[in-house]
Ligand binder design. Structure first.
Ligand SMILES: CCCCC/C=C\C/C=C\C/C=C\CCCCC(=O)SCCNC(=O)CCNC(=O)[C@H](O)C(C)(C)COP(=O)(O)OP(=O)(O)OC[C@H]1O[C@@H](n2cnc3c(N)ncnc32)[C@H](O)[C@@H]1OP(=O)(O)O
Ligand SMILES: Cc1cc2nc3c(=O)[nH]c(=O)nc-3n(C[C@H](O)[C@H](O)[C@H](O)COP(=O)(O)OP(=O)(O)OC[C@H]3O[C@@H](n4cnc5c(N)ncnc54)[C@H](O)[C@@H]3O)c2cc1C
Length: 662
């Protein structure tokens, strides 16, 4: 696999006992044999290209040099991969380069990411055919490099509160963009700092002195030749962050910036020359780019989690510590049940999120097709599902990655373990594209509405079943546990409805009652999201074509994940699903048994994720298991180790202190 000569003997032993076809799992994750080949070819192309390598480890560079180094590689990569036959359909594949093969070279974050993830998709979904004809060729050839500028310093979640205004002037047939205060400054858009020359700007549209709500506008920010900001535009970078430090997140302010009327993205709503406003079929059609990214996040989070699990599992195989049996040599830490408890629930979750990501991706495509024909009926279900899965996958993955880091002890804290970076990427997904708490409340709103009105999409259909809470569950298996999650979700929804009605009877205003019920509402939404993942996992195993060994492994992983969630949230199941203490004891025993079973194939399973060393980027997780030598080699790259004494600091600070006779 890596072509390395050395192979750690513990890893070698595990690998010699593999009882399933690893390639089958690899193909499953990639989406088929062809896709595996495409990915491997692309990775090979990137790895073999000397120009795409860093001359100095990026960790030791200054903030500005890091940006420059990453931008160099991003530009080169897209130039090399650009292909005139790449039409819009290819764009999402290119976007995923930043988390897939692209991550091999763009480690700290791609300054062009927002161009591909949000700018191009916005042009494709919110422009008229004429606008697309004018802008898409320039955007796909990167003459126009754009971002999605929505969030402001004072407003992110509450879109109706955005302050940036776009006021139509019928005398010149232009919109005038204005940032009325410091809090109105756009703040956060990726690439906005120094990279992009255009942006889709979300602003409050005013025409005939009436505010029509937020709308997307294409705005040129910088001169196409000199890259200097245009008059009235104030633009820059927001500074260092927990991660994504080369994504070049920026700020943007407008002072009476005029743009032509037809720079309003007019597919869904229009302003005519005389200022007449034409409403969209739904005001939420303008939120399409956000929905697209929420859908992508679920897949991306599974990618990051697979990396973290691979690193921790391989390291746990080669690391020996303490004493399991008195007098025996130090065992592999993978043999400690407490360690397995840290590793295997996230291992199982990678599959759950993978299947859920496929499901929501298919729904996204069906909804988009419908919207293209004027059929909006899938929009509420897509909104509910994308919010639920984005929030669950990012929050669970952030918690799991932290536990996986801890599972590697001190070495997991090193940058060269790659845990800090993986953590910074997954935790960002808890916030961007809709802060998770806010998304949970959106899901809850949908669940409450469904339960009360007896109408809703496919993902919430179970809430309409009047027998849901009466079904007696005798055997606990993957199917019945999935049903228990439905009952917990419905139980919390009913409880929240009761609370809301109670507050209402006490004379409390509906918005206050909603606020007072938030904790139950969020718990209901979370149980619903777990139900969706459980259902996708169970159905994908039933409906997929697998060899017997792989089917067995998938069933065991599914059982482990569902049991783990049930045990972790057992209080909910006592309250709403008639779970007995005896059933819980049995489930705990089953859980322990599954940990032991998964232990036998865990190393082979993470191998089957087929993450090459360059993509894993971790001294602890390399295929050869040569963790200690690699740790040493990384330490030797520290600039402080270039000389035996760091002369400058010693002479300036240490020596005077040592001689000062304090
Ligand atoms: C991502 C891929 C991984 C790649 C990573 C790789 C490399 C990374 C490099 C860079 C970083 C990568 C990505 C980062 C990108 C991040 C980009 C951003 O963050 S852009 C900004 C995102 N901002 C948000 O998400 C804001 C969140 N807020 C909202 O969405 C809304 O305000 C709201 C909370 C949903 C409320 O909206 P609003 O106030 O307008 O709504 P109401 O008037 O209350 O009406 C609610 C009504 O509308 C329905 N609804 C809301 N949204 C939708 C929707 N999208 N679709 C359909 N319906 C919607 C809602 O259900 C209510 O319906 P009803 O109850 O029937 O009235
Ligand atoms: C790495 C990264 C990249 C980003 N890229 C972009 C980009 O390209 N373009 C762009 O426009 N934006 C971008 N953003 C901004 C991002 O979309 C926002 O930060 C996000 O939507 C959250 O909004 P906020 O920061 O205003 O948080 P706030 O909404 O202020 O949240 C603060 C707290 O208030 C709570 N809260 C808010 N409202 C409610 C409520 N109704 N009920 C209960 N609690 C509530 C939240 O749960 C949270 O705990 C990015 C952010 C990050 C971190």
């Amino acid at each position: 696999m890596s072509g390395a000569v050395y192979e750690n003997p513990d890893l070698k032993r595990e690998r010699s006992q593999c009882l399933f076809d690893k390639e089958e799992i690899t193909n499953l994750i990639d989406g088929g044999k062809e896709k595996t080949k495409e990915r491997r070819d692309l990775e090979e192309f990137i790895v073999c290209d000397e120009d795409l390598k860093d001359s100095v480890p990026i960790e030791y560079l200054s903030h500005a040099d890091k940006y420059s180094a990453e931008l160099r590689k991003a530009c080169l990569l897209f130039k090399k991969l650009s292909n005139p036959s790449n039409g819009p359909a290819e764009v999402s594949t290119v976007a995923l380069l930043s988390t897939g093969a692209g991550a091999i070279t763009l480690k700290e974050g791609n300054p062009l990411a927002l161009h591909y993830i949000m700018f191009l998709p916005s042009l494709m979904s919110m422009c008229t055919p004429e606008q697309q004809e004018k802008w898409l060729p320039k955007a796909t050839s990167l003459q126009m490099i754009g971002t999605y500028a929505q969030t402001e310093m004072g407003h992110g979640t509450f879109l109706r509160g955005l302050e940036t205004t776009a006021t139509y002037d019928p005398t010149t047939k232009e919109f005038i963009l204005e940032s009325p205060s410091i809090t109105a400054y756009k703040w956060w858009p990726g690439g906005l700092g120094q990279t992009t020359n255009y942006a889709i700007v979300m602003a409050q549209l005013f025409t005939h002195e009436k505010c029509e709500g937020i709308h997307p506008f294409l705005v040129q920010l910088r001169d196409e030749e000199t890259h200097e900001p245009l008059p009235g535009i104030s633009v820059g970078e927001i500074g260092p962050k927990l991660g994504f430090n080369t994504v070049n997140n920026g700020y943007l302010g407008f002072e009476k910036v005029r743009i032509p009327r037809d720079h309003l993205l007019m597919k869904h709503s229009q302003v005519l020359e005389d200022g007449t406003y034409i409403k969209p079929a739904s005001t939420k059609l303008g939120y399409g780019a956000m929905v697209f990214v929420r859908v992508l996040v679920v897949r991306d989070v599974a990618v990051q989690l697979r990396k973290a699990v691979t690193i921790a599992t391989r390291y746990s195989c080669v690391r020996h510590q303490s004493e399991l049996k008195p007098g025996d040599p130090e065992p592999q830490i993978l043999d400690y049940v407490a360690q397995q408890n840290k590793l295997f629930p996230p291992l199982a979750a990678t599959f759950g999120f993978h299947f859920a990501a496929n499901y929501v991706w298919d729904l996204y495509n069906s909804a988009r097709e419908g919207i293209g024909k004027g059929d909006l009926h899938l929009m509420p279900d897509l909104h509910g599902l994308s919010c639920a899965l984005k929030a669950l996958s990012s929050s669970e993955a952030s918690n799991f990655v932290e536990v996986l880091r801890q599972s590697c002890g001190g070495h997991g804290y090193m940058v060269c373990s790659n845990f800090p970076r993986i953590y910074s990427l997954v935790t960002a997904a808890e916030t961007y594209e809709g802060e998770n708490t806010v998304l949970w409340l959106q899901v809850a709103k949908y669940l409450i509405k469904t339960r009360m009105d007896k109408s809703g999409g496919k993902s919430v259909a179970y809430l309409i079943d009047s027998n849901l809470m009466n079904n007696k569950i005798v055997d606990l298996n993957n199917d019945s546990i999935t049903n228990l999650f439905q009952r917990v979700a419905a139980g919390y929804v009913d409880l929240a409805i009761k609370k809301l009605e109670g507050y209402n009877r006490q004379g409390m205003a509906p918005h206050d009652a909603w606020n007072h019920s938030a904790i139950h509402l969020i718990k209901g939404a979370q149980a619903h999201a777990r139900y969706v993942v459980a259902d996708c996992f169970v159905r994908s195993i039933k409906e997929g074509k697998f060899s017997d060994p792989v089917r067995l492994i998938l069933n065991q992983l599914c059982e482990l994940l569902l049991t783990y969630w049930l045990v972790e949230h057992s209080g909910d199941f006592f309250m709403f699903a008639d779970l007995s203490a005896n059933q819980l004891f049995k489930l705990q025993s089953k859980y322990m048994e599954l940990l032991g079973t998964i232990r036998t194939y865990a190393v082979n399973l993470v191998d089957s994720f087929d993450i090459r060393d360059e993509a894993l980027d971790s001294v602890l997780g390399c295929w050869d298991g040569n963790a200690y030598q690699r740790l040493f080699d990384e330490a030797s790259k520290s600039p402080l180790n270039k000389t035996s004494v760091h002369r400058e600091s010693f002479e300036k600070y240490l020596k005077p202190l040592m001689k000062s006779n304090l």
